[in-house]
Design a protein around this ligand. Structure first.
Ligand code: ATR
Length: 281
């Protein structure tokens, strides 16, 4: 029988996940189909019951349900529980298990430019302290990265991530002036804020004046493909990466949890780039 997968969220019509996963199911000749389900804020409990009742094999969870979904699951993996957000559910014979592949998706994408070993001894600066920053911070700490600072407008949000993290890590919450002055000491800088996202393409979250050449600058934004931050980083000799990789790898890790196959991420990246209207090579 054909297996059913999907994504729940609101809004959901813009999601690229159905195209991405259906292309993989066809490519690997799996009898499965992935659908987008619009679930309003108050519908999470019923949606989860529906997954069980209908025998849906796996579900991605997106805004606004990543936090709320947790209380309805049978089990939540350790890192996802520490992050406090789930983006992937596996239905194991009626038992729903929650994972978070966003943070690890980010790390796998980052592995294109830095190995895990180098990452563990690097000094990392995360810009922003929202949900995306929390997932990336805790996943990095869980894999053994020792130094991760957070720069944010609202200091309490930075401290709340640092205080909540159950994995050993040396971290400081910083204001923008302090982070900008000390920017040269970081080997990896990650923007998780929406600053620079379409339509505000002329904005930058922080000044790169004191950056060291060869620093890795990653922006989780992919609209536009190259934010002002990344353009400026390239101009200063940094190694840059946009958010397409994180999106592709969170999907690849979810696909692997559901099927046991780690898919062809180059193929996924080409498809997503095309869907976003960019160049493919
Ligand atoms: P997400 O869950 O997608 O990460 P979020 O929870 O809304 O989104 O978090 C957005 C992050 O971007 C926050 O760190 C926010 O800073 P505050 O915590 O101080 O609000 C940051 N952010 C958004 N707009 C910003 C701006 N114009 N300048 C600086 N930081 C900004």
């Amino acid at each position: 029988m054909e297996k059913v997968y999907g994504v729940i969220g609101s809004p959901i019509s813009h999601s690229m996940s159905p195209m991405m996963h259906n292309d993989l199911f066809e490519h690997y000749k799996l009898k499965a189909r992935y659908h987008a389900f619009h679930v309003p804020q108050e519908g999470v409990n019923a949606a989860i019951e529906g997954i069980k009742a209908l025998g849906i094999a796996g579900i991605n969870v997106t805004i606004p349900h990543k936090i709320d979904v947790i209380e309805y699951l049978d089990e939540v993996e350790e890192v996802a529980a520490n992050i406090g957000a789930v983006n992937t559910i596996v239905n194991e014979n009626g038992k729903l298990i929650g994972y978070n592949t966003d943070g690890n998706g980010f790390i796998r994408s980052l592995n294109q430019v830095i190995s895990n070993e180098e990452l563990c001894s690097a000094k990392v600066l995360i810009i922003g302290a929202g949900g995306a920053a929390r997932g990336i911070f805790i996943s990095l700490a869980a894999m053994g990265v020792k130094n991760i600072d957070i720069v944010n407008r609202t200091m309490e949000r930075a401290h709340s991530i640092i205080d909540d993290c159950k994995f050993p890590v040396d971290s400081h919450g910083l204001g923008f002036a302090e982070a900008e002055a000390d920017l040269g000491k970081y080997q990896v800088i990650v923007n998780t804020t929406s600053v620079g996202m379409h339509p505000n393409v002329d904005e930058m979250p922080l000044s790169l004046e004191n950056i060291t050449p060869k620093t890795i600058v990653s922006d989780i934004i992919y609209n536009p493909f190259e934010t002002k931050l990344l353009q400026e980083a390239t101009r200063r000799g940094a190694i840059t990466q946009n958010g397409i990789g994180m999106f592709v790898y969170q999907g690849a890790l979810a696909f692997e949890k559901w099927t046991g196959i780690f898919p062809d991420t180059d193929r996924m990246e080409r498809l997503v780039t095309r869907l976003l209207g960019g160049k493919t090579c």
